[in-house]
Structure formats: structure tokens, C-alpha cells
Design a protein around this ligand. Structure first.
Ligand SMILES: NC(=O)C1=CN([C@@H]2O[C@H](COP(=O)(O)OP(=O)(O)OC[C@H]3O[C@@H](n4cnc5c(N)ncnc54)[C@H](OP(=O)(O)O)[C@@H]3O)[C@@H](O)[C@H]2O)[C@H](O)CC1
Ligand SMILES: Cc1cc2nc3c(=O)[nH]c(=O)nc-3n(C[C@H](O)[C@H](O)[C@H](O)COP(=O)(O)O)c2cc1C
Ligand SMILES: Cc1ncc(COP(=O)(O)O)c(C=O)c1O
Ligand SMILES: [K+]
Length: 507
């Protein structure tokens, strides 16, 4: 596609045929765990099978890990607390959106758990929440006074226990329980005893703020747990480093793990079986995903209006504008599109493909000409493309006739791909039945060896590009109450020449 087409953002494609990634830790077989942990695991496996994959720390182990991190491993408390607090804030943001749960009360205790709460509150503020802090027993150390100063400089209010509203359910959507962590022992002393009692009675109400506990539900025994004895029942628990034994008794809807800083030596020493964190996330959900009512799943789209007078007269330019905005919005595969084809019996079929270039002449993707889509397109050379850019509430539909691109352009593009994907294209007789994965892997290995000298990998004859020449575009912008904007561009006759006409369609 030398200079013919504008190349879409370079995407990395980790081919199915490249070496398989290691199993995430959570999927590896159960390994030997500390005895106490094993006992609890065996006990709980019966009632909650999905929890058996993780290890749980005793109070002593948790403290020991902290000492190791901050001793021989060279971490400082400030660093760990910052990461712990950030994990808590990102976990909250995954479950409670600021649009509906902005009013957060962070109750912070005298130790490091309280410090995590202070850090989390700062991050929540930057995420768009409106936190208020109750921090009755302040620590004079500079780490804590610094955190307080940072919060004050953001005008985050501090409230005393006496000034807290009697009914916490009216003023708050989320209560962050950062009172006690893994060093809690005995029975809670004032003023925390009363604060915990208030959280317990709050939960008796039908509608109450969601309680999010940092590391340990405050007042629970670190190993034995305890809400049966009348303690708090948090809706969410964010375990740090690894869940403590009491987390086995957690029955709330959302259990997250944070503290993405555990070096392999610590994981190894304590035989930690933990899930892997996705992508760049600071937190990962553990335990069962929440049960959702699919029929109630809906988003009320709120977007700027899409007006006839704002859009480009040329739909390719309008596409460029939206495509670039989607890239700028940070979408991972802006160029992923659904391609719909039909066969000679008019039977439709859809799949995702990657857009690899577009201009006024059309939209190009690459594939195997002998695949299902290839065969459909030879029987009916017409197709529809569909993009959905969720975070922008936008959808684009494109339809038109399809043709193969010149062989030289396919050649050029094929050799620009990673060598693994080039070999993958040779190995895959796309859409045909394969007796097993090993067949693909064996051939892949063989070809990898064959071409290990760096010689040119020949493009299979049946692999190349298709170009759809649009005769219809539709730009869709989601709006409240389902009254979306839909602007359709169709090619119509204007004095004997085709010209793009814009029509607004009912949503
Ligand atoms: N590695 C990590 O994941 C990190 C986690 N962090 C967080 O740190 C806590 C543990 O912090 P620590 O300071 O050791 O302990 P606590 O936050 O639990 O609080 C200890 C203070 O609480 C007092 N305390 C204890 N029991 C009671 C009680 N019954 N009533 C009232 N007060 C109590 C205790 O006072 P004492 O006089 O009793 O000693 C302390 O003042 C961990 O859970 C994580 O949240 C770190 O941020 C970084 C690394
Ligand atoms: C995000 C995404 C992008 C894809 N891109 C391509 C592509 O560019 N070309 C391709 O042949 N298959 C691509 N695939 C695989 C196709 O969806 C499909 O499985 C394959 O092409 C076989 O389809 P068919 O049997 O209908 O021909 C992609 C899949 C996904 C999920
Ligand atoms: C089977 C197949 N072929 C081709 C592609 C496109 O790969 P590339 O971006 O290397 O052209 C993909 C992308 O997912 C694919 O799955
Ligand atoms: K806590």
C-alpha cells in the first residue's frame, strides 16, 4: 500500500500462533501453601470453590512481608502506601462510578491502614469524587502530616467524629473503612468502637452507602474474621499484597486485590498464589464476579450534539475526524471493525477484522481469500463495516461493493507484518477445520526454523487485501433517552453525477 492509502495507526498483533503465553498464576495448579492456609483453603473450598486458587496470609506473615519489603527489598513506607492507596482508589472506581457515587466518607484509623485511606481519598478526588475525611487519631509522623497537608491543599474537608451527620446514609454514597488493617488486635477502643457500631447499624437500613474496607473489614479478627459476631459486612474489600485469612469470610459482592508491587522473591518465599493484574491496572477482581441482571444493563448516553451544519460534506473526512478523535481518546483498537458479508443464499455472516487503510477510494483490510468471508465476497461482492467506539458513544456504518486490492499492495503490506504473523498466515488455512492446536503449532515451528535465517517469507497466494468502496455512511452519536443523532450519507444523483447527500434518520 506504498503511498496509496493512509496507514492506520500501527497495531501489534500477537498471533494465535506465536508461543502460547504462560498460564496466569490463578490458573496454575494448586501448589504447596503454608499449612494454616491450606487448612482454611480445604475448609472453604467446599462452599466457595472459586476461592481455592488464592493464598491467604496470617497476621504474622502479613507483617513479615511488610518488613521484608521495607527492609532488604528497599521499599519505603511512603512508596508502598502510595501504591496501596492508589489500588484502593482504582478498585473503587471500577465498581462505583463518580457520576452516581461521588460522596465518599473516608474514615481513617491511627496506623498505616488509615494512611492508605488518606492516599486513596486524594486519588479519588482527582478521579472526580468528592471525598470527606474523618481522621480522629492523627499520627504526628511526617508521612501522615504530609498526607493531611496534601488533602488540605485540595480543599478536601476534614470532619470530626462529633460533627459527622447522625444518619450517614443521607450524606454519603460510599464509606471507605480505613480504620484498622492487619495489626488490629483485641476489641476496638474509642472513638473507633462507636464508629464501627455506626457502620454496623447503617447496614440494617434497606438503602445504605456502600462500605469499602481497606485490607481488613475493621473490627474483624485478622485471621478468624467475624461478622457473625455482629461486625461490619462490607460490600467491597480491597485486599493488599495478598488477602489475609479473614477474607475467607468476606461475603460482599466485590473482592479486589491491590498492591501491585510484590517482587517474585516474596511471592516465592510465601508461596503466594495470586491472580495476575490485567494490563496496566493497579487492581484485579478476585472471587466471583457479581451476578448481573442483564435486562437492567443500560447506559444513558450523554454526548455533544451531532448537527448537520457541523459535519463535513465529505464522509471520508468526517470519518477521519471521528477516527482521529477515537485514537486520541485512547481506544486500544480503534481500527477493529465488524465486517458483514452474505453468501449466494443470502445468508449473512459477521466477524471482526482490522482496518488497515482508508481514503476516498475505500476501506482496506487483509485476510485469507479462501476463508468464509473470502468465499462470501466472491459470491456476493458487497459488504457492511461497523465501528463502535464505546467511550465516545459513537457508531459508524459503512456499506458498499468490495474488490480485491492489487497484488503488489498485498505483497507490500504482507512483508510489513511481524514475521510470526506472516508464518501464521501461511499455516492457517483460514476457516477450515483443524484436528487440534498442535497441528498449527507443529507447522508454525517448522516454518519458524525454516525462515530463522531471516530470508523473505513468501506471501501465500490466497492472502491479500479487500477494498470496500462506500456508497453509504452513517455516523451515530448516542444521546439521552435514546434520542440519538444519526446522520446518513448516501450517494445520490446530482445533475447526472453522484454526490453525497446527508439525511437525518430517526433513532
Ligand atoms: N504491604 C502492604 O500491602 C502494605 C499495606 N499497608 C497497610 O498497612 C496496614 C497495616 O498497618 P499497621 O500500621 O501495621 O496497622 P493498622 O493500620 O492495622 O493499625 C495499627 C494501629 O491501630 C491501633 N490498634 C490496634 N488495635 C486496636 C484496637 N483494638 N483499638 C484501637 N486501636 C487499635 C494500633 O495501636 P496499638 O496501640 O494497639 O498498637 C496502631 O496504632 C495494612 O493492613 C495495609 O492497609 C501499608 O500502607 C503499606 C504496605
Ligand atoms: C479484533 C479482531 C481483529 C481481527 N482482524 C482480522 C483481520 O484483520 N483479518 C482476518 O482475516 N481476521 C481477523 N480477525 C479474525 C476474524 O474475526 C475471523 O475469526 C477470521 O477472519 C475468520 O473469519 P471467517 O471464517 O468468517 O472468514 C480478527 C479478530 C478480532 C477479534
Ligand atoms: C487471523 C488474522 N489475520 C489477520 C489479522 C490482522 O493482522 P495484522 O494487523 O498483522 O495485519 C488478524 C488480527 O487480529 C487476525 O486475527
Ligand atoms: K480497614
Amino acid at each position: 500500500m506504498k503511498n496509496v492509502m493512509r496507514r492506520v495507526t500501527t497495531m501489534t498483533f500477537s498471533s494465535l500462533l506465536q508461543s502460547p503465553p504462560p498460564l496466569p498464576i490463578s490458573h496454575r495448579p494448586f501448589r504447596s501453601l503454608p499449612l494454616a492456609t491450606q487448612r482454611i483453603l480445604t475448609f472453604c473450598t467446599k462452599s466457595k470453590p472459586n476461592m481455592a486458587d488464592f493464598s491467604y496470609l496470617s497476621q504474622r506473615e502479613a507483617a513479615e512481608i511488610d518488613e521484608t519489603l521495607m527492609g532488604p527489598l528497599g521499599f519505603t513506607l511512603d512508596q508502598l502506601m502510595e501504591l496501596a492507596g492508589l489500588s484502593v482508589a482504582t478498585s473503587i472506581a471500577e465498581v462505583y462510578k463518580p457520576s452516581e457515587h461521588s460522596r465518599v466518607l473516608a474514615i481513617c484509623g491511627p496506623g498505616n491502614n488509615g494512611g492508605d485511606g488518606l492516599v486513596a481519598a486524594r486519588h479519588l478526588h482527582h478521579f472526580g469524587y468528592k471525598p470527606i475525611i474523618c481522621y480522629p487519631k492523627r499520627t504526628a509522623k511526617s508521612l501522615y502530616t504530609g498526607l493531611v497537608t496534601q488533602l488540605e491543599s485540595l480543599s478536601i474537608p476534614f470532619v470530626s467524629v462529633d460533627d459527622l451527620p447522625e444518619d450517614l446514609s443521607k450524606d454519603f454514597d460510599v464509606i471507605l473503612d480505613a480504620i484498622f488493617g492487619f495489626s488490629f488486635h483485641g476489641a476496638p477502643r474509642p472513638p473507633f468502637d462507636d464508629l464501627i457500631r455506626r457502620l454496623v447499624s447503617l447496614q440494617m437500613l434497606q438503602k445504605h452507602p456502600s462500605i469499602v474496607s481497606v485490607d481488613i473489614p475493621s473490627g474483624w479478627h485478622v485471621e478468624e474474621g467475624g461478622h457473625e459476631g455482629g461486625g461490619i459486612k462490607p460490600d467491597m474489600l480491597v485486599s493488599l499484597t495478598a488477602p489475609k485469612l479473614c477474607a475467607k469470610r468476606f461475603c460482599g459482592r466485590h473482592h479486589f486485590l491491590g498492591g501491585r508491587f510484590v517482587p517474585p522473591s516474596v511471592a516465592e518465599k510465601y508461596k503466594l498464589e495470586l491472580p495476575s493484574y490485567p494490563g496496566t491496572s493497579m487492581c484485579v477482581r478476585i472471587g466471583k464476579p457479581p451476578i448481573v441482571d442483564i435486562s437492567a444493563m443500560r447506559v444513558n448516553y450523554v454526548s455533544p450534539e451531532l448537527l448537520e451544519e457541523q459535519v463535513e460534506t465529505d464522509p471520508t473526512l468526517q470519518f477521519r475526524k471521528w477516527f482521529d478523535e477515537a485514537v486520541a481518546a485512547g481506544l486500544r483498537e480503534t481500527n477493529a471493525m465488524a465486517l458483514s458479508t452474505t453468501n449466494k443464499d443470502r445468508k449473512p455472516s459477521s466477524r471482526m477484522v482490522l482496518l488497515k487503510g482508508y481514503d476516498e477510494n475505500g476501506f482496506v483490510w487483509f485476510t485469507n481469500y479462501e476463508s468464509k468471508k473470502g468465499s462470501d465476497l466472491s459470491e456476493n461482492p458487497c459488504a457492511a463495516l461497523l465501528f463502535y467506539w464505546e467511550i465516545l458513544n459513537r457508531q459508524v456504518r459503512i456499506e458498499g461493493p468490495v474488490e480485491r486490492i492489487p497484488e503488489s499492495e498485498s505483497e507490500y503490506y504482507f512483508h510489513s507484518r511481524p514475521r510470526g504473523s506472516q508464518i501464521g498466515a501461511i499455516v492457517s488455512k483460514q476457516s477450515s477445520v483443524v484436528p487440534g492446536r498442535h497441528v498449527l503449532y507443529d507447522e508454525y515451528e517448522e516454518l519458524t526454523k525454516k525462515y530463522s535465517d531471516g530470508s523473505v517469507i513468501p506471501k501465500p497466494e490466497n492472502w491479500g487485501g479487500f477494498r470496500l468502496r462506500p456508497n453509504l455512511f452513517e455516523f451515530w452519536q448516542g444521546q439521552p433517552s435514546r434520542l440519538h443523532d444519526r446522520l446518513q450519507y448516501s450517494l445520490e444523483d446530482a445533475n447526472g453525477k453522484p454526490a453525497w447527500k446527508i439525511h437525518r434518520l430517526a433513532p
